[in-house]
Write a protein that binds this ligand. Structure first.
Ligand SMILES: Nc1ncnc2c1ncn2[C@@H]1O[C@H](COP(=O)(O)OP(=O)(O)OP(=O)(O)O)[C@@H](O)[C@H]1O
Ligand SMILES: [Mg+2]
Length: 341
């Protein structure tokens, strides 16, 4: 969610809004897979890199003798105009990766190595003030639970105005007119009413549309969507995915799309990165990875999606020794590659 200064904050549920000091500021199947054209491959090979994450490691202090390693020397590239899907089982480190990039790690999380180059600046080294200028303006993020991501005690329209004020210096009638225009862009019915509503007065799908409106308010270059549809019903999921596709095209944004849903990733992303236990184990063009997965975990993932099984069960159903061996071999070969995906 965003605070009254229009800055992205880290909040997982409504209770945390009042109690937590988690951030320094507030203290498918094969048949559905699209073919990758030669031209598209060449395009992405020559595109300018927007974000280049290299060797990123993150540990959490859980009060135990040994810190928990959540990310282990992770590499990730997002080209200008690229759509990268980040998939992996629960706890594999997808959200931690996104939060590290934006400086949103909780106080017990530490980056122990690596860089996150954003147009020549290492985001991990930037002072909070400079990072705040990038967060929300150049890199926007939408979260899994839209209702909990908005502040419950402020009107939805006002929350979007904070972002417009901070990053575009829009206030008063101009800001309101822009909010209404954004609500129309995200196809929110009755924008005037939505502007006045509190988050609890909107449905989950409407809240997510409002979050997308907030995310595109400053025409960011990169949108990070962390499981933006998993809290929604199936019909609304499809609508929100269509909307994401549309706004990405309209605003020429790059997209980092974090999801458990292999079908959604294959429908929206050119590239895919697969994570397992804090490691990137496979990456490449989405169609290639999903059509001929190399790592046993990715194979299990694709099979599970094809059979409609839950992604969370995939690692459990794949033999542990095979997974460990394959992860080590894959990691070694990925490290030798100059660029992922
Ligand atoms: N605040 C925290 N304190 C301690 N450990 C944490 C914290 N946040 C995340 N972790 C650990 O980091 C690892 C990665 O978590 P992360 O939230 O990135 O998983 P994820 O891939 O996003 O999972 P999901 O798909 O369920 O959202 C997990 O082992 C998790 O327990
Ligand atoms: Mg997550």
């Amino acid at each position: 969610m965003y605070n009254q200064n229009g800055d992205i904050m880290l909040v997982n549920n409504i209770l945390h809004i009042f109690t937590c000091r988690r951030h320094s500021c507030d203290a498918s199947c094969h048949a559905r897979l699209p073919a990758v054209s030669k031209q598209k491959r060449q395009m992405s090979a020559t595109s300018k890199m927007l974000l280049n994450v290299a060797d990123l490691s993150v540990v959490f202090d859980n009060g135990k003798p040994t810190a928990h390693c959540a990310l282990e020397r992770v590499n990730l590239n997002i080209p200008e105009g690229g759509t990268v899907g980040l998939v992996g089982e629960s706890g594999s480190g997808k959200t931690v990766l996104a939060h590290s990039i934006l400086g949103l790690l909780p106080s017990n999380g530490t980056v122990t190595s690596g860089r996150a180059e954003w147009l020549g600046h290492n985001l991990l080294d930037l002072p909070e003030g400079e990072l705040r200028q990038i967060r929300g303006k150049e890199i926007a993020m939408i979260f899994q639970d839209p209702q909990a991501s908005l502040n419950p005690v402020f009107r939805v329209g006002h929350q979007i105005e904070w972002v417009l004020k901070l990053h575009r210096r829009l206030i008063g009638a101009d800001a309101k007119a822009e909010v209404l225009r954004l609500f129309e862009a995200v196809q929110l019915r009755d924008p005037e009413r939505c502007y006045r509503c509190y988050p609890h007065e909107l449905s989950g799908g409407m809240c997510q549309r409002a979050m997308i409106a907030m995310a595109i308010a400053c025409h960011p270059k990169l949108l990070i969507a962390d499981e933006p549809t998993s809290a929604l019903d199936v019909t609304t999921q499809a609508e929100i995915l269509d909307l994401l596709r549309e706004v990405r095209r309209q605003f020429s944004m790059s997209l980092l799309f974090i999801s458990h849903d292999v079908g959604a990733v294959s429908g929206i992303c050119d590239q895919v990165v697969v994570m397992l236990r804090g490691n990137i184990i496979e990456s490449g063009h989405a169609a290639s990875v999903f059509q001929s997965p190399q790592h046993p975990y990715t194979q299990g993932l694709v099979n599970a999606a094809t059979c409609g099984r839950n992604l969370r069960d995939t690692a459990a159903q794949t033999d542990e020794t095979t997974l460990d061996q394959a992860t080590r071999i894959q990691k070694n070969s990925l490290e030798k590659m100059p660029c992922q995906p």
